[in-house]
Design a protein around this ligand. Structure first.
Ligand SMILES: Cc1cc2nc3c(=O)[nH]c(=O)nc-3n(C[C@H](O)[C@H](O)[C@H](O)COP(=O)(O)O)c2cc1C
Length: 180
C-alpha cells in the first residue's frame, strides 16, 4: 500500500502517552506539515499555540474539566490523572481568525496533515475537541496569546504512544447520496 494511504488508514487516536518530550526537530516537522496544507486562496491563516510544559498543560486540562462540568454536569470524563490531554507531552492548538469564512476548514486540513505526518515518524496523536471550550475563558486565552479576533479550532496532542497502538476502528462504507 502506498505510504500516504497506509498512514491514512492506520493512524489512530491515541489516549496513552509516554512522558518523554518530543525533539524540537520533530515539532518543527509537525508545524511544517501544517503549513503545507491547502488554505483557501492560499491565505495561510492558521495560527499555533505550542504547549510543552507539564504545568501549563495540567492547568489547561483542569480548566477544560471545569468547563465540561459547567456545560454538562452529567458528563462523566474518564477517571484519569489527565482525562483531557492524556498526559501527552505536546499540545498544539490551531487557531483561526473569527471573521474568516474558510478558516475552520483551513485549520482542519492543517490538523489532519499534522496527524498524518506524525504517524509517518512514529508519533501518536489525538484531536481534542473538548479543549475548544478554552475559547470561553478570557484569562486562558490571554495566557495562550489568543487575542479577541481569533478562536480555537483544532487542539491536538502528540507524543510517543504508551503500550499497544489502538486497534483499527472499522468505518462504514461511503454514504453516497447520488452518483450521477
Ligand atoms: C473534531 C474532533 C473532535 C474530537 N475530540 C476528541 C476529544 O475531545 N477527546 C478524545 O479523546 N478524542 C477526540 N476525538 C477523536 C475521535 O474520538 C476519533 O477520531 C474517532 O473516535 C475515530 O477514531 P480514530 O481517530 O482512532 O480513527 C475527536 C476527533 C475529532 C475529529
Amino acid at each position: 500500500m502506498d505510504e500516504v494511504f497506509k498512514a491514512i488508514k492506520n493512524r489512530r487516536s491515541v489516549r496513552e502517552y509516554e512522558e518523554t518530550h518530543l525533539a524540537k526537530g520533530d515539532i518543527d516537522l509537525l508545524l511544517d506539515a501544517a503549513v503545507w496544507a491547502p488554505t483557501a486562496m492560499n491565505t495561510q491563516q492558521v495560527h499555533f499555540v505550542v504547549v510543552q510544559t507539564e504545568s501549563a498543560r495540567k492547568k489547561l486540562s483542569k480548566k477544560v474539566q471545569d468547563l465540561v462540568k459547567k456545560h454538562n454536569p452529567e458528563h462523566k470524563l474518564r477517571e484519569l490523572d489527565d482525562p483531557i490531554f492524556y498526559n501527552a507531552p505536546l499540545l498544539i492548538i490551531l487557531c483561526a481568525k473569527k471573521d474568516s469564512k474558510w478558516a475552520d476548514i483551513d485549520c482542519a486540513l492543517a490538523a489532519q496533515n499534522m496527524m498524518l505526518a506524525a504517524y509517518s515518524i512514529d508519533i501518536a496523536s489525538c484531536f481534542i475537541g473538548f479543549a475548544c471550550l478554552l475559547d470561553e475563558d478570557e484569562e486562558t486565552r490571554r495566557e495562550l496569546g489568543i487575542s479577541d479576533e481569533y478562536k480555537i479550532v483544532a487542539p491536538l496532542v502528540f507524543g510517543k504512544a504508551r503500550g499497544e497502538y489502538p486497534a483499527l476502528k472499522l468505518r462504514n462504507p461511503p454514504d453516497i447520496f447520488k452518483w450521477l
